[in-house]
Ligand binder design. Structure first.
Ligand code: MN
Length: 189
């Protein structure tokens, strides 16, 4: 059975870019509901003994297990999203990651433009990601609960672009939310 992992910072730590009220709903209600629903769905099944990552990977191609996949993937995605941010984050990475971004995108600005396009053009609910596969970085967007770990990619950072992630603070202005994420929140550590 799975627990709701603790937030890596207080509920109000990302304000004003993400308000305490948004965190109370997004972490305290939405993320918690994915974990609670997952636990109900896997009770007395083989999945009770697996890691969350293994539940995601083992249900990704199973149309008959869509409910378990959706809740497991959302539980995983949200835990990763909280770790993708920190108070006083944002801006460019340094060191090895900076070099790899420049190698694979040409420049940090190119990466940023591609990431923002992915996040703002994801139609409906979903996620934008920086991922690595075979040593190469790329930007990816996924819809609904879908996640790069179901497709053999290693996530580096993500931003949640479901409306529940930004509507209380930004209403329909998803591009402003994504800009704030990159400028003030992203955690390259
Ligand atoms: Mn969310």
């Amino acid at each position: 059975m799975f627990d709701l992992p603790p937030l890596p910072y207080p509920m109000d730590a990302l304000a004003p870019y993400i308000s305490e009220q948004t965190m109370e709903f997004h972490y305290g209600k939405h993320h918690k509901a994915y974990v609670d629903n997952l636990n109900k769905l896997i009770k007395d099944t083989e999945f009770e003994q697996m890691s969350l990552e293994d539940v995601v990977k083992n249900t990704a191609e199973r149309k008959d297990l869509g409910g378990i996949f959706n809740n497991a993937a959302q539980a995983w995605n949200h835990a990763f999203f909280w770790k993708s941010m920190k108070p006083n984050g944002g801006g460019e990475p340094s060191g090895e990651l900076k070099k790899k971004i420049e190698r694979d995108f040409g420049s940090y600005d190119n990466f940023k433009a591609e990431f923002k396009t992915a996040a703002t053009t994801q139609f409906g609910s979903g996620w934008a990601w920086l991922v690595e596969k075979d040593g190469k970085l790329s930007v990816m967007k996924t819809s609904n609960a879908d996640t790069p770990i179901a497709h053999g990619y290693k996530p580096i950072i993500t931003v949640d672009v479901w409306e529940h992630a930004y509507y209380l603070d930004y209403q329909n202005r998803r591009p402003d939310f994504v800009e704030a994420y990159l400028a003030h929140l992203v955690n390259w550590n």
